[in-house]
Design a protein around this ligand. Structure first.
Ligand code: F6P
Length: 323
């Protein structure tokens, strides 16, 4: 294999740069030319890419975002768009492709693999941690730490003012960030899309858990069936006249920042593994981490469904808040 292309696509996530660095340096170690494509599939359609050098990826491991840029590309969903992308890959003599992203990125890779005979390897890059076939996606750990840091700060002011805070976190339609951030920040309740939200129970929970406490944190996953944090706060408000309620939407701060050690290490391992897999002639595989092991599953399987957070943690949170 002489030339491997690499792109990052969909929502960026901290650690993507560590993954890019590993792919590029590992390619160079093997005498393979690494070829970076800018702004995900959009850059592939527009013909925007270049051969990457050692210096291009030096000292980037510590930065959030992605030096290659990212995009959510509507054009790639069309046959014409993909035809342009394929002709670009052919003109640049690309012999293998590594994509870093979430389920949209993998869906693009799957369709591309059906229309062009090119080996493709996927690396899971999304803060949502919702891909099937891996317990861990690049960026999830950093996003969790960002959320925890923010919630600790919210807790300070909530405690000073004796308030109940509804904190909305990202995750699209998955509750991983909310659930694990709730455990790590000592939130009193967590509302996730994987479990139906019972407003009456929430009201009762707030009343009971607030006894003797100066603050309450309700972690709300953005995709929760009960609504967003503002909506849920307004649903419980009429039943809690004695409480001072506030909401806070953490938003895109969760996607930025210097990647954690976990994200840097795992992205580096996965990047090197992706190059090895292509060298071994493997194709159409998504890399994952299960336990401490690097694993693979077919890209088609990785997008069949979502990974599920461990719902028994909901009981853990409930038990821990009980006086
Ligand atoms: O998939 C990552 C993610 O940050 C989700 O958690 C969120 O719902 C979405 O992307 C936001 O997308 P955008 O940055 O395009 O608004």
């Amino acid at each position: 294999m002489k030339r491997i292309a690499l792109l990052t696509s969909g929502g960026d996530s901290p650690g993507m740069n560590a993954g890019i660095r590993a792919v590029v340096k590992y390619c160079l170690y093997y005498g393979i030319e690494p070829f970076g494509i800018y702004d995900g599939y959009q850059g592939m359609i527009d013909g925007r890419g270049k051969i990457l050098t050692y210096d291009d990826v030096n000292n980037i491991i510590q930065f959030g975002g992605t030096i290659l840029g990212s995009a959510r590309c509507a054009d790639f969903k069309t046959k014409e768009g993909r035809a342009k992308a394929i002709s670009y890959l052919r003109s640049e003599e690309i012999e293998g492709l590594i994509v870093i992203g979430g389920d949209g990125t993998y869906t693009g890779a799957k369709i591309l693999g059906e229309e062009m005979n090119i080996p493709i390897i996927g690396m899971p890059g999304t803060i949502d941690n919702d891909l099937f076939g891996t317990e861990y996606t690049i960026g999830f750990d950093t996003a969790l730490n960002t959320v925890i840091d923010a919630v600790d700060k919210i807790r300070d002011t909530a405690t000073s003012h004796h308030r109940v805070f509804f904190v909305e976190v990202m995750g699209r339609d998955a509750g991983f960030i909310a659930l694990y951030a709730a455990i790590a920040s000592g939130a009193e309740s967590v509302l996730i899309p994987e479990e139906i939200t019972d407003i009456e129970k929430l009201v009762n929970d707030i009343k009971t858990q607030n006894k003797g406490k100066r603050s309450t944190i309700i972690m709300v996953a953005e995709g929760d069936d009960g609504g967003d944090a503002f909506e849920i706060m307004n649903k419980v408000k009429p039943y809690l006249p004695e409480f001072d309620l506030r909401h806070s939407v953490l938003g895109h701060i969760q996607r930025g920042g210097s990647p954690s050690a976990v994200d840097r290490i795992n992205a580096t391992m996965m990047g090197a593994y992706a190059v090895d897999l292509l060298k071994e002639g493997k194709s159409h595989l998504a890399i994952g981490i299960i336990g401490k092991d690097l694993v693979t599953c077919p890209i088609v399987d990785a997008i069949k469904g979502h990974g599920q957070p461990n719902l028994s943690h909901l009981q853990l949170i409930e038990k821990l808040r009980t006086r």
